[in-house]
Design a binder for this molecule. Structure first.
Ligand code: PMP
Length: 459
């Protein structure tokens, strides 16, 4: 019997027996099988429909069930499903998508390297920085600065750049050349430190780290404009431009990881320049590039950097690439995705509903267990606490975010539980009415969980 004809519990049993999930808990877990999606909604294998407050995984930006996307993917698969992109070989969708991305890119970031996703985009950016300094005669510049609470991927190198404590400790990482500075988290600003002093400290910390390592030894600084998986941490205004300035002063490359913030989530195709006022040396992106319909990532590279490399390589090859770099089907999906975003004015829609979303969530601050509600445009986080005044992270045993999602799901909302936080990044086509529904469900779930905690004597 083909798997789709199996009963729900039989499929769950096969899942438990054979399928290893990302971030797997090796104990047997119940699974929820998602069957279909339409617009901002997904439906599970029991037929239960929910607003997808997660947007898949910050990625289904144009929403589910777009026939045009399916058709573009099918047409390219039929025409030329694949050919190696190595060396002199190329294909039309990747050429067209590279040119299209270049037209949106800030500054001179007009050179594009396609990858298989965000992690391989981050790896490629790091390896290109390394190649750049080696061929331009500065081989000492091999150290990388990143931040606590960052998430940059799940390959050996990109995972080593990540800084979430929960992801570290049990798998070996790159050692010696990767350095973490603290995340600019305004919610954790120490008492007695003004907002201005806090910003100054965070910027100074980067400069101090460069000076400690010696600028002749530092290749690059990598930063998400908003630390996404780390808890939607929005740095204070001025942080981006001032850290870029520090990098420029010390000849350190600035790599902006826009895997989440790109493709409309912050109201622009690339948020770095229009939203955060910076033109970095490279931008990594993925997710919304195809709205998750098929895997694809990219690195946008400064033309200045590219030319400097070209002038010095003397034929030495940048030995980095993937079988599925420039994948024609994925690039065809990327082109169609951008066509839809343009035609429907999705970035403008986000600039309009984004502030509405943030404002609608803010009143959750009234709850005794909500410490912070933060975000920008269509990415948001509700951080739960056990003591509001002391901003105390609830004990693990509370399973706070898990409790919240257990209450939102039956009411028709998926959100992403993350430690003591609930994270949201709905499809960008979400309407005000759907935002109202999302917030109402989250509020109700928060109230129910508050009552549970009271009854259990935990609050
Ligand atoms: N960078 C950031 C900022 C991310 O959020 C992610 C994935 N969530 C990645 C890189 C890695 O992307 P991928 O999972 O496509 O490899």
């Amino acid at each position: 019997m083909p798997p789709q004809d199996l009963a729900n519990d039989q499929r769950a049993a096969l899942d438990a027996r054979h399928l290893i999930h990302p971030w797997t808990d090796f104990r047997e877990q119940p699974v929820l099988i998602l069957e279909e999606g339409n617009g901002v909604h997904v439906r599970d294998s029991n037929g239960h429909r929910m607003i997808d407050g997660i947007g898949g995984m910050w990625c289904v930006n144009i929403g589910y069930g777009r026939k045009e996307m399916a058709q573009a993917i099918a047409a390219q698969a039929e025409k030329l499903c694949y050919y190696s992109p190595f060396g002199f070989l190329s294909n039309t969708p990747s050429i067209e998508l590279a040119a299209k991305l270049a037209s949106y890119a800030p500054g001179d970031l007009t050179r594009v390297f396609f990858t298989t996703g965000g992690s391989t985009a981050v790896d490629t950016a790091m390896r290109l920085a390394s190649f750049y300094f080696n061929v331009t005669g500065r081989p000492g510049k091999r150290h990388i600065i990143t931040r606590d609470l960052a998430y940059h991927g799940s390959t050996h190198l990109s995972a080593s750049l990540s800084g979430k404590p929960s992801d570290r400790g049990l798998i070996d990482l790159v050692e010696g050349t990767i350095h973490h500075i603290s995340a600019p988290n305004p919610y954790r600003r120490p008492e007695g430190v003004s907002a201005e002093a806090f910003l100054d400290q965070k910027v100074q910390e980067l400069e101090d780290k460069i000076l400690e390592l010696g600028s002749e030894n530092v290749a690059c600084f990598i930063a998400e404009p908003i630390l996404a998986s780390g808890g939607v941490i929005v740095p204070p205004a001025g942080y981006h431009s001032r850290t870029l300035e520090v990098c420029r002063r010390h000849d350190v490359l600035y790599i902006s990881d826009e895997v989440v913030t790109g493709f409309g989530r912050n109201g622009a195709i690339f948020a770095s320049e229009p939203v955060y006022g910076i033109v970095p040396d490279m931008i990594t992106c993925a997710k919304g590039l195809t709205s998750g319909y098929v895997p694809l990532g990219a690195v946008m590279v400064s033309d200045r950097l590219y030319r400097q490399i070209a002038e010095t390589t003397e034929g030495r090859i940048f030995a980095n690439g993937f079988t599925y770099s420039s994948h024609p089907v994925a690039c065809a999906a990327g082109l169609k995705n951008l066509e839809i975003m343009e035609r429907e004015g999705i970035c403008a829609h986000v600039r309009e509903v984004g502030p509405y979303f943030q404002a609608a969530l803010k009143p959750l601050m009234d709850s005794p267990i909500v410490g912070d509600v933060r975000g920008s445009h269509l990415m948001a986080c509700v951080e739960y606490v056990s003591d509001k005044n002391a901003r105390t992270v609830p004990p693990q045993a509370w399973q706070i975010a898990q409790r919240i999602i257990r209450e939102t799901m039956p009411r028709g909302l998926m959100v992403r539980p993350m430690g003591s936080m609930v994270i949201m990044s709905p499809p960008l086509i979400i309407t005000r009415a759907e935002i109202d529904e999302l917030v109402a469900i989250l509020r109700e779930a928060t109230e129910v969980v508050t009552e549970q905690l009271r009854q259990e004597g935990l609050l």
